[in-house]
Design a protein around this ligand. Structure first.
Ligand SMILES: Nc1ncnc2c1ncn2[C@@H]1O[C@H](COP(=O)(O)OP(=O)(O)O)[C@@H](O)[C@H]1O
Ligand SMILES: [Mg+2]
Length: 475
């Protein structure tokens, strides 16, 4: 499960390999570091909406005392450091002449390229920012559960908030705090996350059991520093007892705690379905990232391509609509546009005179076809054994009943049967629920929510032929 999830993430790299031209990797990497100068969403949307760059009085830093801890005053202080500016300028000088417009567009569209700004996430940015800032100011602990399907900007937004708060610290309008980021993909077993957190906190390597004891000890005395802990891919830390999740959510509420935990998950219903003991504590501190709409996806792509006259605007809208209809995943929209750019570049290089071809709807359509047809096969090929058996169980039930939909309960029974047939230890229900959520998060299956989670309807979202092709290929 865990290794597969890591592979799922790698899926995007795999596809990148498929869609990238051989020679662009170097230039992409070298350009990434130039993008570290981020603008807050508020600033960006203002820049976009207003034709002038002037700020409204309410956000003018001149009107707020410099030492104020208010969020807006902190926002106004966000700027790139001199070293960042120098680095960025020299990188741009080196590359701007040498790169074609297409290459620049491809670099800008790469998912690993931190965007110059964060459009469409203004509210989420504010919510996370205010949550952390309030706890920092009050010297209290707190926990926020951030959820939503992959590619909706959860990690990016949270990282950007922390970056913004750090700028506030540099400008001496916020007290210093320590920030730690851990990703559950990094560990092979949920309890190992303690080891990782302790290592990030102190630099020391200790066993997972020792780490949890040492961490618990820290709450016996009032600390003089707040700790912002970002735990990404929380779904991977589910255990039968849910003790890891329980601790992560409990630590911020210990008497002396100044831990501010931002827990990011794909599943919306982890608190209700799995963490009933603590869900009441989460209270209002829950934030959902909805899939992007086509309007938002269009804006995300358009802003990355600003000043590069290389795309037909209708082509961007077309890509945005295609993605919004399936997943609302920003990564997908960016990848399609990147692939379409390559196709346009190829057309141009074949043309006499080599005048620039704008990337048009035809290129996007071709890119969509290439990517959607292969993406699911790639995903399933890299899925874990248990996920493949889950898909096999769905096919078996389909072949038996002729019904495209079935209940999770029935799949669990069939999955156990298949495990035994293959001499494998069957998974328990919680583990299978994780497998199910993970397949749903990558849209290989579709779920129809139901109050009783085990009665929810499950439907395959790829053709039986494709599934069998992958399963037989891997025998
Ligand atoms: N609002 C946005 N603006 C620009 N790019 C975005 C935005 N949201 C997502 N992306 C792109 O999609 C990628 C995936 O976003 P990420 O935050 O990792 O999603 P999640 O954590 O929800 O799976 C980012 O690295 C970025 O390239
Ligand atoms: Mg993420």
């Amino acid at each position: 499960m865990r290794s597969k999830k890591a592979e799922m993430d790698v899926e995007y790299n795999v596809e990148d390999e498929i869609v990238s031209s051989d020679d662009d990797t170097m230039s992409v990497d070298s350009e990434f570091s130039t993008a570290s100068t981020v603008k807050t969403p508020r600033t960006v949307s203002r820049l976009k909406k207003e034709t002038t760059l002037s700020r409204t009085p309410s956000v003018s830093s001149a009107k707020k005392p410099k030492a104020s801890l208010s969020r807006r005053s902190t926002f106004s202080a966000v700027k790139s450091t001199p070293s960042m500016q120098k680095r960025a300028a020299s990188k741009i000088d080196q590359t701007s002449d040498a790169l074609s417009l297409y290459e620049k567009a491809r670099i800008k569209l790469h998912v690993a390229n931190t965007p110059d700004c964060l459009p469409c996430r203004d509210k989420q940015f504010s919510d996370i920012y205010n949550f952390i800032e309030t706890n920092l100011r009050n010297q209290t602990g707190g926990c926020m559960y951030v959820c939503g399907v992959p590619g909706t900007g959860k990690t990016l937004t949270t990282r950007q908030v922390i970056l913004c708060l750090k700028e506030g610290v540099n400008d001496k309008i916020l007290s210093p705090f320590k920030s730690i980021e851990v990703n559950a993909f990094q560990v092979t077993e949920p309890h190992q996350i303690y080891k990782l957190i302790y290592k990030e906190l102190t630099g020391e390597n200790v066993s997972a059991e020792h780490a949890v004891t040492l961490l618990e000890k820290k709450f016996e005395h009032k600390s003089n520093e707040s700790i912002v802990l970002l735990v990404d891919e929380l779904d991977m830390l589910c255990t039968k007892k849910q003790d890891v999740l329980y601790n992560l959510f409990d630590w911020p509420y210990k008497k002396n705690s100044r831990w501010i935990v931002i827990a990011i998950a794909n599943a919306m219903n982890l608190p209700e379905q799995v963490m009933s003991k603590i869900s009441s504590r989460l209270g209002l501190s829950r934030l959902i990232f909805q899939p992007y709409t086509h309007v938002e996806l269009e804006e995300i792509v358009r802003l990355r391509l600003e000043e590069l006259n290389v795309f037909d605007m209708d082509a961007i809208l077309y890509a945005a609509r295609k993605v919004a209809a399936v997943s609302g995943d920003a990564r997908r929209a960016l990848e399609i546009c990147r692939r379409a750019t390559e196709l346009a570049e190829r057309d141009t290089s074949k043309k006499e005179g080599k005048s620039l071809n704008l990337v048009n709807i035809g290129h996007v359509d071709q890119a969509v076809k290439q990517m959607f047809s292969s993406a699911k096969i790639t995903l399933l090929t890299h899925a874990s054994k248990m996920e493949k058996l889950f898909m096999k169980a769905i096919i078996l039930l389909y072949q038996k009943s002729g019904m495209e939909e079935t209940s999770l309960n029935r799949i669990i029974e069939t999955h156990n049967f298949l495990c035994r047939a293959e001499n494998m230890q069957p998974l328990n229900r919680t583990q299978l629920l994780n497998v199910c959520c993970s397949l749903a998060s990558t849209k290989l299956i579709l779920l129809e929510p139901c109050k009783n989670i085990y009665l929810q309807r499950v439907r395959c979202n790829m053709s039986v032929d494709d599934i069998e092709y992958v399963l037989n290929d891997n025998k």
